[in-house]
Design a protein around this ligand. Structure first.
Ligand code: ASP
Length: 350
């Protein structure tokens, strides 16, 4: 009989570990109460899929996730992934900021081994709680040789999404996650995983093109096997703030506050393809001149920010490409650990 794979579970809290006072409650519960041992014990047949071990890194609602916990999490994943007797890693996490943690790890890790995040939309005490099935499917994916080299994945509600693309698209429903600009990386039905061979690769000019590969390999703009941003010696990430675009939001109040607070970079969530109100553009340009790079992302839930020459050359802004503002922020933070030179940062966003 084939040996069972060894899967290491790092629990961080979230609704999957949440409890409510009534079985019908899906809001107003307490996230992050069950322990990693309780989570593992709550899933029938989990031990048949893999040999399991794990740890409780923290037990929080993911709205309270902190960048110093990310740095610690990355170190723990690196340590476990380096062990010969670990085949894959599952991280349980609140869904609210799961896409951010997944993307941070995608950029900060270098491993072929599957790293899979999962959570739940209903607390563990709810009728039809989704956590146990999600955890079972996450372990199934982490144990699958086909998941190797695919980078950090999110498994929720029978769907597999890549860290680069995934976003939380519903605040309430079980089908809460989707991939921006592509279909999911795969789906899980019973014990079978169907990789969908669909990915997004970037051309040299920075445009994004679809790239279906018959071999089933998923290409990421940031490959899983290359270390782009070593974080083991960092004690904190550079401070980057997101400024949200909306009608009436051109008074630069938050830009000024962010700069006064010591922001080392800014992301502007533009209303469309990089449109920045005139008044704000000059304040943001001043920020660039003072050495604070500005990335223009979009608040739209799809599309690619491609800036006209004037905005890159005259204003010195950096196009955020297909990353949503919260992911553009993380990439900017990590690039700032290496350089604050606009052209070099733009190259990473390309
Ligand atoms: N507030 C919860 C969290 O992100 C929501 C969830 O896990 O679904 O921790």
């Amino acid at each position: 009989m084939a040996q069972k794979p060894n899967i290491y579970i790092i629990a961080t809290g979230g609704t999957i570990a949440g409890q409510a006072d009534s079985a019908s409650a899906t809001v107003g519960y307490r996230a992050g109460e069950l322990t990693v041992e309780q989570l593992m014990a709550s899933v029938p047949g989990l031990d048949k899929l893999a040999n399991l071990s794990g740890e409780q890194l923290c037990n929080i609602d993911s709205k309270d996730m902190q960048e110093d916990i990310w740095l610690q999490l990355a170190r723990h994943v690196v340590k476990e992934a380096a062990r010969n007797n670990v085949d894959g890693i599952v991280i349980t996490h609140g869904t609210d900021t799961m896409e951010e943690t997944a993307w941070f790890l995608q950029l900060a890790l270098q491993t072929e081994k599957p790293v899979v995040l999962t959570g739940a939309m209903r607390p563990a005490t709810a009728i039809s709680a989704d956590g146990p099935m999600n955890l079972w499917q996450a372990v199934r994916v982490a144990a699958d040789p086909g998941a190797q080299g695919r980078g950090v994945l999110v498994v929720m509600n029978g769907q597999i999404d890549a860290a680069e693309k995934v976003t939380k698209a519903s605040a309430n429903t079980l089908q809460a996650f989707r991939s921006i600009g592509s279909g999911p990386a795969g789906v899980i039905v019973n014990e079978k995983i169907f990789w969908q061979n669909y990915s997004v690769a970037q051309t040299e000019c920075g445009n994004t093109c679809s790239d279906s590969e018959p071999t089933g390999n998923v290409k990421h703009a940031f490959s899983a096997t290359k270390l782009y941003f070593p974080t083991e010696n960092l004690t904190r990430l550079p401070k980057v703030r997101i400024i949200y675009g909306y009608v009436g939001g051109d008074d630069a109040l938050f830009v000024k506050a962010a700069l006064q607070d010591g922001a080392k970079g800014l992301v502007y969530a533009a209303c469309g393809n990089g449109s920045v109100p005139e008044k704000l553009a000059s304040v943001l340009q001043e920020a660039v001149v003072s050495g604070v790079p500005v990335v223009i992302a979009t608040r739209c839930s799809g599309g690619i920010v491609v800036l006209p020459k004037e905005m890159t050359e005259k204003n010195g802004f950096i196009a955020g490409g297909s990353l949503n503002p919260q992911k553009a922020k993380i990439l900017l933070q990590l690039t700032l650990t290496k350089t604050n030179e606009v052209k070099a940062i733009q190259a990473f966003f390309h």
